[in-house]
Design a protein around this ligand. Structure first.
Ligand code: FAD
Length: 532
């Protein structure tokens, strides 16, 4: 196969133009060839001449001969190995693997174990996606929170009500990234996610995709149960014997994958009591900022709207005078700020979008890293206490509604009383107030300094009527459930997995970690007998 890198075409090009360019690059003339787009990224440095940059794999006859002819460092022979899931190992497995949590990590782990014949049991505390969606929409409307089915919990995990960005910074030596993206495509996503630089699935797509993944798992012999919260783990001599569901049902288990996400604070508490080895870890906190999407498009594309490119996204960072780093995170073009709380009388926000990304506003978290030095105490649960304290303050500031403040009032430490030109795009009730008082002083100051610095790079970022909402406190896990080289935790049979375990951040990296854990289990254990 021949790989062509750096193939550039104007953004409005046709398929015929792409094929012609391939032919020209390889001097193919009338020779038959097939091709696959491996990557498409955008070069918008020259706003009047924006280009797509492609990596293309081409199959044709006499590839070696063609290569000798072209003499171009961007054209090479490639021999990529196909991804390979390991064959079952020798260790006896007496009961089906139990997976806790149906987020991207748990779903992918269950999918691959089911495919390999392990008939896993997937336990999810929340409701199935369709019912969960109704619960979440009711919460945004009337404020009644279901602590087990909300934006964080339920089928598909935190990834379901999300912006559905699928890009990841995780290095992909083994082909797991393409594997999990292929699973999303098979479950209903468009093929373009396999090659786009910034692939995206909206919340409306994700609900159907996670339902399809669940059906596939069941068709391959797995079992998926909802409203099934794991409330205890039963060990004998540090070896897992069983899991307890909803404080009642005991299910024998030799291995259990903990793909519980970063918000299952009650479950972290249970694991801590069970003396599973955990550490507190750094994460980041801050606020969500909203601007008109057209303003962001203008800054990045040189035009307020571009139907080919869709809404623009940004990533900005700044090091403050106090040496804290402040940066944008989980930017949602054409999205909504959502009330993403999962505990009573505490409030956390996040960002989501629909597939069309067509809301008026761009939003992004502007966050500052906090480390165990900032937390109250030295135990593994200290970061969770820090988060809860901020979320309580956010709840109080908005009296249960999402607290909102204009940037100019934020700078003056005063309550906002009316909106400017930026109108809020928020799912859930909101109220104007003083958001800054939620934050520790140093973090509040860092965010102000960051926004002013970002205004120098993206004109209008620091506009007086930009809207700030809080608190963004669930950027990544405050805890790491430490695992060894074989991905097992400090007690035998426990496999910490995904974002909650501290080994992933984001949908795709959590899904890849789920696959990695499935591989570790398959490599070690034999398939349990069907009556296990
Ligand atoms: P989770 O998705 O959190 O799943 C954990 C699951 O475990 C949950 O369903 C929970 O109910 C279940 N669970 C917990 N405890 C128990 C228990 N005791 N018993 C049974 N079940 C239990 N990431 C991106 O990459 N791109 C984005 O655009 C993006 N946008 C986001 C927008 C929002 C609003 C939110 C909240 C998150 C967003 N994220 C995004 C982050 C992403 O969703 C997470 O990184 C990812 O879902 C983590 O996957 P996970 O499987 O490790 O955990």
């Amino acid at each position: 196969m021949i790989r062509i890198n750096q193939l550039k075409l104007p953004i409005g090009h046709t398929t015929a133009a792409l094929e012609k360019k391939i032919q020209k690059a390889l001097y193919l003339q009338n020779q038959h060839f097939t091709y696959q787009i491996r990557r498409q990224s955008l070069d918008a440095r020259h706003k009047e001449d924006k280009k797509f940059v492609y990596t293309i794999d081409v199959k044709t006859d006499n590839e070696n001969r063609i290569l000798k002819k072209v003499h171009d460092k961007n054209i090479t022979l490639t021999n990529e190995k196909a991804y390979c899931f390991p064959k079952p190992g020798p260790a006896p497995l007496h009961s089906r693997p139990v997976i806790v949590g149906s987020g991207p990590a748990g779903l992918m782990c269950a999918w691959y174990l089911a495919k390999a014949g392990f008939a896993p049991l997937l336990l999810e505390r929340g409701e199935e996606a369709y019912l969960r969606q109704q619960k979440v929409e009711a919460f945004w409307k009337n404020g009644v929170l279901d602590p087990d089915s909300n934006v964080q919990f339920g089928e598909g995990g935190a990834g379901t009500f999300s912006d559905g960005k699928l890009n990841t910074l995780v290095k992909d030596t083994f082909g797991r990234n393409q594997e999990v993206l292929k699973r999303f495509v098979e479950a209903g996503a468009g093929e373009e996610i396999l090659y786009q630089q910034k692939p995206h699935l909206g919340t409306d797509m994700l609900v159907g995709i996670v339902e399809n993944l669940r059906n596939q798992i069941q068709e391959m012999g797995g079992t998926v149960r909802f409203n099934a919260k794991v409330t205890d783990l039963i060990f004998e001599q540090d070896k897992l014997q069983a899991v307890k569901v909803n404080d009642q049902e005991v299910i024998p288990a030799q291995i259990c994958v903990l793909a519980i996400g970063h918000s299952a604070r009650d479950t972290f508490g249970m694991l801590y009591e069970k003396e599973l080895y955990m550490e507190s870890k750094s994460f980041a906190v801050g606020l969500r900022i909203q601007h008109p999407q057209s303003m962001i498009n203008q800054a990045l594309y040189g035009e307020a709207e571009n139907p080919i490119l869709g809404p623009a996204s940004y990533k900005v960072t700044h090091t403050c005078d106090n040496q804290r780093g402040v940066y944008s995170f989980c930017m949602c073009p054409g999205g909504y700020v959502v009330n993403a709380s999962s505990e009573e009388q505490m409030l956390a926000v996040n960002g989501m979008s629909y597939q069309a990304r067509d809301s008026e506003n761009a939003n992004s978290a502007i966050i500052v890293t906090v480390s165990p030095d900032d937390f109250p105490g030295n135990d593994p649960m200290a970061g969770i206490r820090f988060q809860r304290d901020l979320e309580r303050k956010a709840w109080e500031a908005g009296k249960g509604k999402v607290p909102v403040q204009l940037f100019e009032d934020y700078q003056k430490h005063q309550e906002s009383t009316s909106f400017g030109q930026v109108k809020p795009c928020i799912c859930g009730a909101y109220t104007l107030t003083d958001v800054r008082k939620i934050l520790p002083e140093e973090i509040g100051d860092s965010i102000e300094e960051g926004i002013l610095a970002f205004g120098k790079r993206l004109p209008g970022f620091d506009r007086p009527d930009a809207l700030l909402c809080g608190i963004e406190s669930r950027t990544s896990s405050p805890v790491r459930i430490v695992r060894d080289k074989e991905l097992e935790g400090s007690k035998k049979g426990i496999y910490p997995c995904g974002e909650g375990a501290g080994y992933a951040g984001g949908i795709t990296s959590a899904a890849m970690d789920g696959l990695k854990v499935a591989e570790a289990i398959a490599r070690k254990y034999s398939i349990p007998s069907s009556d296990a």
